[in-house]
Design a binder for this molecule. Sequence first.
Ligand SMILES: Nc1ncnc2c1ncn2[C@@H]1O[C@H](COP(=O)(O)OP(=O)(O)OP(=O)(O)O)[C@@H](O)[C@H]1O
Length: 281
Amino acid sequence: MRPSASDMSLTNGRGAADDEIIIRARDVTVRFGEKTILEDLSLDVRRGEILGFVGPSGSGKSVLLRTILGLNQKQSGTIEIFGIDYETASDAERLAVERRWGVLFQHGALFSSLTVLENIEVPMREYLDLSPALMHELARLKIDLVGLAPDAADKFPSELSGGMIKRAALARALALDPDIVFLDEPTSGLDPIGAADFDQLIMTLRDTLGLSVYMVTHDLDSLFQACDRIAVLGDRKVLVEGPLSRMLDFDHPWVNSYFHGKRARTIAAPDHVASLVEGAR
Ligand SMILES: Nc1ncnc2c1ncn2[C@@H]1O[C@H](COP(=O)(O)OP(=O)(O)OP(=O)(O)O)[C@@H](O)[C@H]1O
């Protein structure tokens, strides 16, 4: 059963007890031409936590995600992931880091010409040296892990619902048994029950696999019910990070309107949480 919103206002989840920092960003500045997107930004992600990353549209959430993944250049600052600075790392170190993360890009980003099984096998082919039979077997385990029916394996993305696409993309992100997954807007486009189911899956994976989760989201339900900690991006840096209770106490116009707005008040109401739990059954 999902924890209640009031439970979630406390520091919670297995990550809270374990302070090991697996991503440490310090004083990160990213510019595109004259435009500064991130300036002296610092952020920690701890092992075993679900960190929700939120902020106004266009504030730079995707830019930060891409910068952590080494897909964007930064002008200054450092980002260590598993204690390794990806930018200055050797090829072997980079490979080792890449094998420990999985990414679910916005809209799933599955290869449309490949089946679900083949999509999940893409990272396995890239990073592991396994026989086709073993890869098939592992890919089928991932399909089961994310709650898809076995017959999803042979379907193409065009044959899947939005929720199934998210799950298939998550299965691909989990292909290498990563320590951390990066999720960019994982519940966007899902109906509330589908989104609640997906959040529940993420929480189960955190609890059973000890997975750390970095989740960019606009979804207040996810922030209130799934995230152990939240970080808010604004004014080119992390304005505040901590459990939900910290967001609720933090005095900043955007943070106030987001976490105390009408929609947030509805979500925080226990009846709403109960109805979501009931609906997800
Ligand atoms: N490669 C790029 N070149 C130039 N500008 C870019 C590039 N990538 C992102 N930007 C700019 O950086 C800013 C932040 O974009 P980003 O996509 O990170 O916002 P976001 O917070 O993820 O927004 P949303 O919540 O709407 O997805 C935007 O003004 C965007 O136009």
